[in-house]
Design a protein around this ligand. Structure first.
Ligand SMILES: [Zn+2]
Length: 294
């Protein structure tokens, strides 16, 4: 019987970010065989241990032999090698809230049984860093020329604020609008394509939209239109956001700072990486065997 494939489906998709990083095996072998003058066999045993670093996956410092590819990429950007030299690393980053830890630990126990295939690491992060990195990833994935980004950003925050696998099911017929409502029992209610949210959650959404867009435009763009900092604070006050968040201050900057702190504190508190090397190890082996038999 075939063993079930390992999946990350037990973790809510809003808490997982997946990245596929390519490696060119021609470049990788060349470093060892041409530059270091090692035999293909030694190169192979060295390369079997290889795991890209976090900065390769984030794009902060992706360097040879690693690169990102789209459907059109059919040659290595460094050596022009053909597609058959490419192999994939799949990185799964989990931003974990305490409520996810049980499922995350369970999954890690399974992954640890395959130490060759899965490389696991836990980078040190403050909650503020986790929040900023999430904003950055969100920022990179959004198209600010199309107003639909407002809804995408809102849903991304709402799902993140209550990570659960149920979201995909609940929202499967789509969300046309996020609407402020004082009549929701908890923090949200979904009905006929509309997602009704509490003042507290709606205010969080405005905060996130403002944080995302204020560097792109003058002021920040939100569901409530383009708002300067002062206008944002007035709008949040009017919807009862600060009251709901129990933020007691008259100074707009302090109110804003405290609101950001609440957003950060309510978010994930730990980061975990799992890098799946299955495709890489298989391709590496087949490239090596061809080299050896030549
Ligand atoms: Zn190459």
């Amino acid at each position: 019987m075939k063993k079930p494939e390992i999946t990350f489906d037990s973790i809510p998709s809003s808490a997982v970010s997946r990245t596929t990083l390519k490696i060119c095996l021609k470049c990788a072998f060349d470093v060892f065989t041409k530059q270091l003058k090692l035999t293909p066999r030694t190169a192979y045993s060295e390369l079997k241990k290889h795991v890209p670093e976090e900065v390769d996956f984030t794009g902060a410092a992706t360097s040879r032999p690693h690169f990102f590819a789209n459907a059109k990429t059919d040659h290595c950007p460094y050596c022009n090698g053909a597609k058959r030299w490419f192999a994939d690393f799949h990185a799964f980053r989990i931003d974990a809230t305490p409520s996810l830890e049980k499922d995350r630990k369970k999954l890690w126990t399974v992954l640890r049984k395959k130490p060759e295939r899965f490389s696991l690491w836990t980078p040190e992060r403050t909650q503020m860093q986790i929040f900023s990195e999430w904003l950055e990833r969100l920022n990179r994935g959004l198209n600010f020329d199309d107003d639909r980004w407002l809804l995408e950003a809102a849903l991304s925050h709402i799902k993140r604020s209550a990570p659960s696998n149920d979201w995909d099911e609940i929202l499967s017929s789509g969300v046309r609008r996020v609407q402020l409502s004082r009549q929701v029992d908890d923090s949200w209610r979904y009905e006929d394509g509309w997602l009704y949210v509490s003042p507290s959650l709606y205010g969080d959404v405005l905060m996130v939209q403002h944080l995302l867009s204020r560097s792109h435009q003058h002021g920040g763009r939100t569901f409530e239109g383009r708002l300067t900092f002062q206008e944002l604070i007035r709008r949040l006050r009017r919807i009862g956001y600060f009251e709901a968040k129990k933020i007691d201050s008259d100074d707009p900057y302090e109110m804003f700072e405290q609101a950001v702190a609440r957003l950060v504190d309510s978010g994930p508190s730990a980061v975990y990486y799992a890098v799946d090397r299955k495709d890489y190890l298989a391709k590496l082996k087949s490239v090596y065997e061809k080299k050896r038999d030549q």
